[in-house]
Design a protein around this ligand. Structure first.
Ligand code: NAD
Ligand code: UDP
Length: 338
């Protein structure tokens, strides 16, 4: 397990994690519990797994440290009154990670996606201010849209369609960034955000619909891998442990400006197919080409210079082939129940 060290800024002494039953949120909760820190996991389970919360409850150090709250964070945060004064006094950070994240799911829940990253984020900021906690918001590479430059540095302002099927997600995240900037500017606070690039790993909902979990589930069932378009579009895939390490370092830093987090090794979707096939030669997997979804970005690769400098010695270290094996092993274990 990676050792997280405070760079400067605020060490984490306890946290609220919205979206804590989700893929990234549950790993974040686990890393907090491993350190013996109190965690308030808040989720409405719209895309996350109840099993993720159950798994966390069984964690050796969870006993009195894990508090699971079922709530929609778009609604007023009345549940905060039920947090005991002992826990409340320890909360140094609010990780606002609640949001549908996969294109098919956020398009199904388009209004909820708009509100959770705007109204929901505003609730997080307002509450955090009352206890002087630091908010870390899960922003995304989607704010770059279909990028004209590669790799994408934080200074690139993006090429986003504000009036299309992906805009409920992309523009809500962009508004979220603007809200954090404005909140810090006008209220002299120190909240921040990370721009997360495609991350994968165990505990992602098997029915989530994003490319890595789709391919691995299809492989598990010996079905053809569904490639959208001609498969020449690229993504850069980061394993969850590398991401969580980066989020910790950012959270404990004094940074308030956006920082990219991900893995800068870029793969076309056809290269991802080949990597999966190589991992499972006995499956003799086939490919089925399907239509490219609207506004699907052609390329995505993070420029990690800022992250490597500001969050040193952070850098992604897990190779795609290794991470895929870990995720596949987890999916195999779930196979009975899915
Ligand atoms: P996920 O769907 O697994 O997790 C999101 C969690 O938020 C789920 O448990 C869901 O039930 C919960 N949630 C959604 N709306 C809610 C609401 N209104 N109230 C309470 N809970 C709610 O997705 P993820 O991949 O873990 O993504 C987590 C965060 O990171 C999201 O904000 C996402 O936009 C961001 N992000 C993820 C990636 C990635 O590659 N995984 C990339 C960029 C950004
Ligand atoms: N994709 C694919 N097959 C799938 C799911 C996705 O070819 O079964 C493609 C999708 O069109 C996109 C890329 O894989 O170009 C990444 O898609 P994903 O939904 O994982 O996330 P995105 O980066 O688009 O938000």
């Amino acid at each position: 397990m990676t050792q997280h060290k405070a760079i400067s800024g605020t060490p984490i002494t306890g946290a609220i994690v919205t979206g804590g039953a989700g893929f990234i949120g549950s790993h974040l909760c686990e890393s907090l519990l491993r350190k013996g820190l109190p965690v308030v996991l808040v989720d409405n389970f719209c895309t996350g797994l109840r099993d993720n919360a159950e798994t966390l409850k069984q964690h050796a150090k969870a006993k009195s440290n894990l508090h699971v709250v079922e709530a929609d964070v778009i609604e007023p945060w009345s549940w905060v009154d039920k947090i005991s004064p002992g826990i409340r006094s320890k909360i140094s950070h609010v990780f606002h990670f609640a949001s549908p994240a996969s294109p098919p799911l956020y398009q199904d829940m388009a209004f909820a996606t708009l509100w959770v990253n705007t109204t929901g984020l505003n609730h997080a900021l307002e509450f955090a201010d009352t206890i002087k906690a630091r908010v870390v918001f899960a922003s995304t590479s989607e704010i770059y849209g279909d990028p004209e430059i590669s790799p994408q540095p934080e200074s690139f302002w993006g090429n986003v369609n504000s009036f299309g099927v992906r805009s409920c997600y992309d523009e809500a995240k962009r508004f979220g960034e603007a809200l954090i900037f404005t909140h810090n500017w006008k209220k002299k606070t120190q909240h921040g955000l990370v721009r997360i690039f495609n991350t994968y790993g165990p505990r992602m909902n098997p029915h989530d619909g994003r490319v890595v979990v789709n391919f691995l589930m299809q492989a598990l069932r010996s079905e053809p891998l569904t490639v959208f378009g001609d498969g020449s579009q690229t993504r850069s895939f980061c394993y969850i442990d590398d991401l969580v390490d980066g989020i910790w370092r950012y959270a404990e830093s004094e940074l308030t400006t956006p920082v990219n987090l991900g893995n800068d090794r870029e793969f076309s979707i056809l290269e991802l197919v080949e990597t999966v096939k190589k991992m499972l030669p006995e499956k003799k997997l086939k490919v089925e080409f399907q239509d490219l979804p609207k506004d699907d970005p052609k390329q995505r690769r993070p420029d990690l210079q800022l992250a490597k400098k500001e969050l040193a010695p952070w850098q992604p270290s897990i190779q795609l082939a290794d991470g895929l094996k870990l995720m596949y092993a987890w999916l195999e274990q779930q196979h009975e129940s899915i």
